[in-house]
Design a protein. Sequence first.
Length: 168
Amino acid sequence: MKIRLAAPITKDSIVDGPGIRAVIWTQGCPHKCVGCHNPHTHSVDGGFELEVEEVVEQLSKLKLHKGITFSGGEPMDQAAPCTEIAKRAKQKGLDIWLYTGYVFENILCDASAIRPEWRELLQYVDVMIDGPFIEKMKNLLLKFRGSENQRIIDIPKSLAQGKAILFE
Ligand code: SF4
């Protein structure tokens, strides 16, 4: 199985979630937010493909890392390879953060109705930052997110309660 990436994996981020993290930059995004910092990630044909096993191999060399973060681009639109990577990262003791331009309530609804691959991926995600970037709600003081509409959501708790529970 392959994943389409926008850039090589970042190995040592400290701004995409807590601790030292590897960031997987997925290619392709349908949201086209005005003011997006990564417009080169929008095209579904851009970037390059990499075997999931190659990503897993790179992650196996991480040391002192707290987790991995899926960003983009839109990771939810490559749910199957992201699920496999997340599953293998979890086995290594890494936690999983994921940025999406979709809104959690819509993800939850579609996951149970028409996107079973989203349901699968959610099982491995610890924290999701949801919603599009909205330029008029931009706030540079926010930690781990760009605009005030975006939420940092605890996914295991949210799945258990069937509604968005914020990560503390
Ligand atoms: S969801 Fe993220 S990557 Fe996609 S357009 Fe919006 S800000 Fe850019």
